[in-house]
Design a binder for this molecule. Structure first.
Ligand SMILES: Cc1cc2nc3c(=O)[nH]c(=O)nc-3n(C[C@H](O)[C@H](O)[C@H](O)COP(=O)(O)OP(=O)(O)OC[C@H]3O[C@@H](n4cnc5c(N)ncnc54)[C@H](O)[C@@H]3O)c2cc1C
Length: 298
C-alpha cells in the first residue's frame, strides 16, 4: 500500500483532470491513475470548447490541463486500474502490482467507440473523414455528402439530426434485423437509406468510399459511425454499482453512484459525450467530495 489519498481518480481525460484540478485546489490529497487512451486525444480540432475562438485539438486540451495540474500537488500514475475493492474506511485500487488506498474514488474512465470496417480509421478521424460526434462537429460538415453507418435503431436519430446540416445524407443500415419498413420517417425527411449488411470503407480522392459486397460503391465527404460503444464502468459494476442497460453508471445530482464513496463523471455516466458536460460533472463531484471529507484548517 503506497499512500492513503482523499480521492483516487481513475481516468485522466477531460473529466478526471478537471476533477483533480478542483480537488487539488481544495487542498485535498489526490491521485490520478490513467492508462492514456482518452477519447479527447482523437479530436482533430474542437470548436465548442469555450474560450478557444479558432478551436483547439483534443491533444492540446489535455496537454494544457496536464500543465495546469503540474502546478498543483497531485500524484499521477500511468497505469490501468485493474481492480477496485471497497472496505470499511474507503477503497483500495490495484494497478501494475501497486495498491492505492483512498477514502473516495471518482471513476472518469469514459467509453471506447466501436469502429466501422475502415482500416485507417485513426488517420481518417484526424482528417475529418470519420466523425464520431454530430453534436460536436456537424456544423463543420454543413453541406457535405454525409454518410451514417450503423444499425437502424442507433443510426436513425443521428441521420435526422445531420439532415439539419446537409441535403445529402445517406444511412448505411448494417443491422442484422434492419427492415425497409422502418424507414418512413427517414425517407420522409429526405434521408436516403441503403441496406448494406457488409460494406467496407476506404479513402477515395479527398473523401470516403463505401464498397459493398456486390461491387457497388458510394462516395461521401464524411462518415459518422453509429455503432455503439463499450462503457468502461466495469470497475464500478464489480462493486455492485447500479447502471443502465448499455453500462452507463447511475448517479445522483452530486455524481454519487449507488456505492458509498464512489463517484462517476464524464462519458462513463452519460450518452451526451461532451467536454463541457464532463467539466460540469467534475466540478459537482469535487465539491461533493470536499464537503463529505473532514474539514481541514490552515
Ligand atoms: C473524434 C471525436 C471528436 C470529438 N469532438 C468533441 C468536441 O469537439 N467537443 C466535445 O465537447 N466533445 C468532443 N468529443 C467527445 C469528448 O472527447 C468526450 O466527451 C470526452 O473525452 C469525455 O471525457 P472523459 O474524461 O469522460 O473520457 P475520456 O476522455 O475518454 O478519458 C477517459 C480516460 O480514462 C482512462 N481509463 C479508462 N479505464 C481506465 C482504468 N481502468 N485505469 C486507468 N485509466 C483508465 C482512459 O485511458 C482515458 O485516458 C469528441 C470525441 C471524439 C471521439
Amino acid at each position: 500500500m503506497t499512500a492513503r489519498f482523499d480521492c483516487l481518480i481513475v481516468g485522466g481525460g477531460p473529466a478526471g483532470l478537471m476533477a483533480a484540478i478542483y480537488l487539488a485546489r481544495f487542498r485535498r490529497n489526490v491521485c490520478v491513475v490513467d492508462k492514456g487512451a482518452s477519447r479527447a486525444a482523437l479530436i482533430p480540432r474542437s470548436h465548442n470548447v469555450p474560450g478557444f475562438v479558432h478551436g483547439l485539438s483534443g491533444a492540446d486540451l489535455i496537454a494544457r490541463m496536464s500543465a495546469q495540474l503540474d502546478e498543483l500537488a497531485v500524484a499521477r500514475v500511468e497505469a490501468e486500474v485493474t481492480a477496485l475493492r471497497r472496505h470499511d474506511h474507503g477503497f483500495e485500487a490495484s494497478s501494475n502490482g501497486d495498491a492505492h488506498a483512498a477514502v473516495t474514488v471518482i471513476l472518469a474512465s469514459g467509453i471506447v467507440d466501436t469502429h466501422p470496417p475502415f482500416r485507417e480509421w485513426r488517420a481518417a478521424v484526424a482528417d475529418g473523414l470519420l466523425r464520431y460526434c454530430p453534436v460536436c462537429d456537424a456544423f463543420e460538415a454543413s453541406g457535405q455528402r454525409i454518410g451514417i453507418i450503423g444499425p437502424l435503431r442507433r443510426a436513425a436519430g443521428k441521420a435526422l439530426f445531420l439532415r439539419g446540416y446537409s441535403r445529402d445524407v445517406t444511412l448505411l443500415a448494417i443491422g442484422e434485423d434492419d427492415e425497409p419498413g422502418a424507414t418512413s420517417e427517414l425517407t420522409g425527411a429526405g434521408v436516403e437509406v441503403v441496406f448494406a449488411p457488409d460494406p467496407r470503407l476506404r479513402r477515395r480522392g479527398g473523401g470516403v468510399e463505401a464498397v459493398f459486397a456486390d461491387g457497388r460503391t458510394l462516395q461521401f465527404d464524411t462518415i459518422y459511425p453509429a455503432m455503439g460503444a463499450e462503457v468502461r464502468s466495469q470497475l464500478a459494476m464489480a462493486l455492485g454499482a447500479e447502471h443502465v442497460g448499455e453500462g452507463y453508471l447511475k448517479v445522483d445530482d452530486h455524481q454519487r453512484t449507488s456505492v458509498s464513496g464512489l463517484y462517476g463523471i464524464g462519458d462513463v455516466v452519460t450518452d451526451l459525450h461532451q467536454i463541457s458536460v464532463a467539466f460540469g460533472h467534475a466540478a459537482v463531484a469535487a465539491c461533493a467530495i470536499h464537503h463529505s471529507l473532514p474539514r481541514r484548517f490552515a
